[in-house]
Design a protein around this ligand. Structure first.
Ligand code: FMN
Length: 191
């Protein structure tokens, strides 16, 4: 069974995290860490509490952001995982990944993913980006992370908000080599 870690931080776009949790739960087992800012934004944007999400996904394993004793904080465990995803990823968590400064379990899991060469996908969101943000994205990329901007395309002719979210989530699943039918791939002009 494929295993994933999904971290939801306090950037706008909690819907991406929840949608990814739905998709990944269908494919395998998911360990979830939601930062306290992530929980705040989740409530603000989706009207859901962390408790609601835990009840909605009873098969997922949730860890507190302060729980540095969680199994996924260890390289010997994380090497058995397909990927660590941070979706959405705040500029603050990005900075932690770029600099290696650990304050919480999310930072630690990202650090372990980098050192163990486990795929690390950061679905970053901010607008506009400062020089610091851009430099941190470069540093994170050079360290081995995949930085994915939460920027949906429009060539698949989205009609709903769900179409836009599915496009971004589909691109993340593409990076993990997971099959999905979340968006229509480009078939060439006029098709
Ligand atoms: C409604 C709301 C939206 C936010 N949107 C963003 C955002 O898009 N990008 C970002 O980097 N921070 C955003 N923030 C600020 C982060 O939540 C804040 O920097 C927090 O410290 C991030 O902590 P974390 O990385 O541990 O989740 C937002 C905060 C709130 C309350």
């Amino acid at each position: 069974m494929k295993r994933f870690v999904l971290c939801i931080t306090g950037a706008s776009g909690s819907v991406y995290g929840v949608r990814l949790l739905e998709e990944l739960s269908r494919i395998g087992r998911v360990d979830v860490v939601v930062s306290s800012a992530g929980a705040t934004v989740l409530k603000e944007e989706m009207g859901r509490t962390l408790k609601d999400v835990k009840e909605e996904f009873p098969k997922a394993d949730f860890y507190g952001e302060r729980d540095l004793t969680a199994p996924i904080a260890s390289g010997s465990v994380l090497t058995n995982y397909e990927a660590v995803l941070v979706a959405p990823c705040s500029m603050s968590t990005l900075a932690s990944v770029a600099t290696g400064v650990n304050i919480n379990l999310i930072h630690r899991v990202c650090e372990v993913a980098l050192k163990e060469r486990v795929k690390l996908v950061l679905l970053v969101r901010e607008m506009p980006y400062s020089k610091v943000h851009l430099e941190n994205m470069l540093k994170a990329t050079e360290a081995g992370a995949i930085v994915v901007p939460a920027s949906p395309g429009f060539y698949h002719r989205p009609r709903t908000l769900e179409d836009l979210v599915n496009f971004v989530v589909g691109k993340v699943l593409d990076l993990l080599g997971l099959e999905h039918g979340l968006y229509n791939r480009w078939k060439g002009g006029g098709k």
